[in-house]
Ligand binder design. Structure first.
Ligand code: SF4
Ligand code: SF4
Length: 249
């Protein structure tokens, strides 16, 4: 199962449930540190915490990290800005790869840290629409991979601990709650055929608030809580407003 492909195309989604792993599920994998996954990678998505952590580690601002290593596009399914890693280093390598090693190993993007695992969010019952965004569950899947060896038996729990990813990841839950609130709001604007400049203004406001407005001299989570509150309010206003093109971003 390839989580990224499934999210992009919906392919294989009918088999997702049988692949879901819990914290105590076991899988066999040992990384050989060959570095092949750091070349020609366009599928590595950043969340706001990844960008903040890399900025802090590198002594850069969040804006500098975004400018140097990432590119944004509007997600086909999410309808909101998505930030992904640019493979613009030598020979199409990740620009964070230095002398064959990840220069941000201890705070690499969550997607890289979790590999070969991936994370998905489900509601109370698998396969049913998520009714209550305050009641999300995190599950894991083992992505298809042809690298590494099967020498080591890991549990999902031990894999998370290796990279300091919390078992109960408050950030990830709130991040998904925000994204789930923004998607229908933006779709509502698109369906109402608001003008391109107005839509762009909303996308820009979301991009700035979601990814950029963090100071690495302050703790991340309180700043993200402020950003999340703003964006949840924005989504709520859009969903309530009639007609939507009178809204201000
Ligand atoms: S962030 Fe690190 S692990 Fe991820 S692709 Fe870049 S160099 Fe490789
Ligand atoms: S995760 Fe796989 S491709 Fe990446 S360095 Fe380890 S063995 Fe190589």
């Amino acid at each position: 199962m390839n989580l990224f492909k499934m999210m992009q195309t919906g392919e294989g989604i009918e088999h997702l449930e049988e692949h879901l792993l819990n914290l105590d599920s076991e899988f066999r994998f040992k990384c050989r540190r060959c570095g092949k996954c750091c070349i020609h990678q366009e599928t590595i998505i950043f969340n706001a915490r990844d960008i903040y952590n890399i900025a802090k580690k590198k002594g850069m601002t969040v804006q500098e990290v975004v400018n140097a290593y990432t590119e944004a596009y509007i997600g086909r399914n999410s309808h909101i800005p998505i930030v992904h890693l640019l493979s613009n280093g030598p020979k199409g390598a990740c620009p964070l790869l230095e002398n064959g090693r990840c220069s941000v190993h201890d705070c690499k993007t969550t997607v890289c840290a979790l590999f070969p695992l991936g994370r998905v969010i489900i509601g109370e019952k698998f396969g049913e629409p998520i009714e209550d965004p305050d009641n999300l569950q995190v599950k894991y899947i083992l992505n298809e991979h042809s690298c590494g060896s099967a020498k080591r038996v890991n549990t999902v729990r031990s894999w998370l601990a290796k990279f300091g990813i919390p078992e109960h990841d408050e950030f990830y839950l709130l991040w998904n709650k925000v994204l789930m609130s923004l998607t229908p709001a933006i779709m509502k604007l698109e369906e109402a055929k608001v003008s391109e400049p107005v839509l762009s203004m909303f996308w820009d406001a979301i991009y700035q608030t979601l990814y950029l407005q963090y100071d690495t001299n302050q703790d991340f989570m309180p700043q993200f809580q402020v950003a999340a509150d703003k964006l949840l309010r924005l989504s709520e206003e859009i969903m309530k407003a009639q007609p939507p093109d009178h809204l201000e971003a």
